[in-house]
Design a protein around this ligand. Structure first.
Ligand SMILES: [Zn+2]
Length: 365
């Protein structure tokens, strides 16, 4: 067979596709997942012939008692099933010989047409795959009674989201004392390696600020003419970049935490709305909320004709076997463009924030 399609390694029920056992199998990838598959395949009677890995030399030519071959050697193997154990399988397709009657199975979610309405753009051109909430959320957000959910992807705006949208009560249970002592203790019960230092330590925040500063700075040049900046949902105001050190800085956040030096906390939405803002920022909040539209509506309603709106989001990829964490939404550049269209905003700049996120700078049309 010429490789016409890449098949699903996993079935909708999460089990390995039994069809794979009809030929000798080559596992591409000498990692934990490759090791785990050895056991799966022995359960369904599949014969593992060897592993394939770009690091075949470093592994000394064997892994878990099986030979490891180089990708270039695949051409010598005819009529095999190759299973790729990582998500980025399209990058290695060129190694697979097209005339060797090879079937490829890839480690990607089992998407089916779902018809769910996109939470952001309303389109029903959506696909979905199996998903579940992680145990930490089962406990903290759902009191050990987790709802059924799927992971949905909108083919129009590329927004991805959990089909189950946590309600206000579940949200407030989860976010009460967010990243405080109780939160950390409860989280480490399920994720012993968890540390908020890596993401939210002083050094990490300084780095994130510098990325934000570069992004906004490259779009607007100097911040000299900007009188004020609001970080909407900005915790203690620690994410407002250095670019604005001579600007009046404000934060609005429901946590009500004490702000960092130089940043003034606004007590209410009314107070936030009473200002004439030059710049409003919203960084890494919309991935957490059930109704991102409502927050966007509020922010856009506070924008004047020349107000700039800076929106920043993490860029993740849940990959296969989706376990939904507190990030119940995922955005892409296309999603940011759709937000511009839906809220009548002109995009001044759109791009990446280091390797961890994406951002856009908008102004009213
Ligand atoms: Zn959509």
């Amino acid at each position: 067979m010429i490789m016409e399609e890449v098949r699903h390694l996993y079935m909708p029920d999460g089990k390995v596709n039994p069809e794979i056992a009809d030929r000798k199998i080559i596992i591409w990838g000498c990692g934990d997942r490759g090791k785990g598959l050895l056991k799966h395949f022995s359960d369904i009677g599949g014969e593992i012939e060897c592993f394939c890995d770009t690091n075949y030399d470093g592994l000394g030519g064997s892994f878990c008692g099986k030979q490891v071959i180089a990708p270039e050697s695949l051409a010598e193997y005819i009529g095999r099933n190759i299973v790729v154990t990582f998500t980025f399988w399209p990058q290695i397709l060129h190694y697979i010989p097209s005339d060797k009657d090879v079937c490829m199975y890839a480690n990607y979610p089992y998407w089916t047409n779902s018809g769910d309405r996109c939470v952001l753009c309303g389109s029903t051109r959506t696909v979905s795959c199996e998903a579940r909430f992680v145990e930490f959320l089962d406990d903290r957000m759902f009191n050990m009674n987790p709802p059924v959910t799927r992971w949905v992807h909108c083919e129009d705006c590329e927004f991805s989201f959990s089909s189950y949208r946590p309600d206000d009560e579940e949200m407030s249970r989860f976010y009460m004392d967010y990243r405080g002592e109780g939160y950390n203790r409860q989280r480490m019960k399920y994720e012993p390696d968890y540390s908020d230092e890596a993401m939210f330590g002083e050094e990490s925040i300084r780095y994130r600020r510098s990325l934000t500063s570069n992004f906004i700075g490259s779009a607007i040049g100097s911040a000299g003419s900007y009188r004020n900046v609001l970080d909407y949902g900005g915790d203690k105001g620690q994410f407002i970049p250095e670019l604005f050190e001579d600007t009046s800085r404000y934060v609005y956040d429901i946590s009500g935490k004490e702000t960092v030096s130089g940043v003034k906390r606004l007590e209410s939405l009314e107070e936030a709305a009473s200002h004439d803002w030059d710049i409003i920022m919203n960084c890494c909040t919309l991935e957490h909320v059930s109704y991102p539209d409502e927050i966007l509506d509020t922010i856009v309603s506070m924008m004047g004709r020349d107000t700039l709106f800076y929106l920043e989001l993490p860029c993740e990829c849940y990959g296969m076997n989706v376990s939904v964490h507190e990030h119940i939404n995922e955005f892409t550049h296309q999603t940011l463009k759709t937000i511009g269209d839906r809220f009548s905003l002109e995009i001044l700049e759109i791009g990446d924030i280091g390797t961890f996120g994406i951002a856009a700078l908008y102004r009213k049309r």
